[in-house]
Design a protein around this ligand. Structure first.
Ligand code: SAM
Length: 246
């Protein structure tokens, strides 16, 4: 998987991605991150990439030309027109399903805005997807780009040590993950649930599934509406929720 990030702060992208699991994935060439500095493509003597918005208003807007030329410098080396994601609060909210879809691409271009955003004309020309990482406003698109790349990289075969682990995490089947425990068996008087020490695989699986359902009902009832539960599981959950209320 090759990521190309169009940004005014390439060092932020490279330093962020160079660490831990994504760093190792880059070393092993399972993923690559090409951070392209938009400022390298300005024709302004003073390396300016932004200007005042037409119509007035606060802040500065990134100009179309350097963004277009930065895009062209990578697109011209590709065989087909790439998918270009503009990270923006005005996009569809990023989620695991989107990550799975983006992970199918061999190359992905991510465009980071700064200041008040980017001249709409260049966005209309090059952008294929607009993605937000949540309903809040950040200073720039670099953190959202890293959020997306981190999440997508985990889905690239070989990036996680244990390839099955991504399949059983939160949001798989619209359920949150069950609680996890590690050594010691007792910590400050709190014991690990007995079933996890029982060695009984089927009971452990049943307990984990029930805990996933319960957690989703408590913290993300909106997700639970989309999850597929058996009649027995629905009845179990109703009983648990009643017990909690009383
Ligand atoms: N004026 C813009 C608006 O109200 O939508 C916000 C611009 S923001 C200060 C600067 C840049 O940060 C945006 O162009 C975008 O690339 C990035 N950004 C900020 N918040 C974001 C979010 N929640 N998701 C994705 N990108 C975001």
């Amino acid at each position: 998987m090759k990521f190309h990030v169009l940004t005014l702060f390439p060092e932020m992208i490279l330093n962020g991605m160079n660490t831990s699991i994504t760093g190792r994935a880059m070393e092993k060439e399972l993923i690559s991150v090409n951070a392209v500095n938009i400022r390298d493509f300005t024709k302004s003597k003073h390396l300016k990439v932004d200007d005042y918005p037409y119509g007035g208003g606060a802040g500065l807007v990134m100009q179309a030309e350097p963004v277009y030329l930065a895009y062209e410098s990578i697109a011209e080396k590709m065989e087909k027109k790439p998918r270009v994601v503009f990270v923006t609060p005005c996009g569809n909210t990023f989620n695991q399903t989107m990550a799975e879809e983006f992970a199918k691409e061999e190359e992905l271009v991510i465009l980071c805005g700064h200041y008040e955003g980017i001249d709409e004309r260049v966005l209309e020309m090059i952008v294929t997807d607009r993605v937000s990482i949540g309903d809040y406003v950040l200073t720039g698109g670099e953190l959202p780009a890293m959020v997306m790349m981190d999440c997508i990289s985990r889905l690239v075969p070989g990036v996680l040590h244990n390839d099955v682990s991504a399949e059983f995490e939160s949001f798989h089947d619209n359920l949150l993950e069950y609680p996890q425990y590690s050594r010691p068996e007792e910590f400050m008087g709190k014991r690990v649930p007995d079933v996890l020490l029982s060695g009984h695989h089927a009971n452990v699986e049943k307990w984990r599934r029930e805990q996933s359902i319960l957690r989703t009902a408590l913290y993300r009832p909106d997700l639970l509406e989309k999850a597929e539960l058996t009649q027995k599981e629905k009845e179990w959950l109703e009983q648990k929720m009643n017990e909690k209320e009383n």
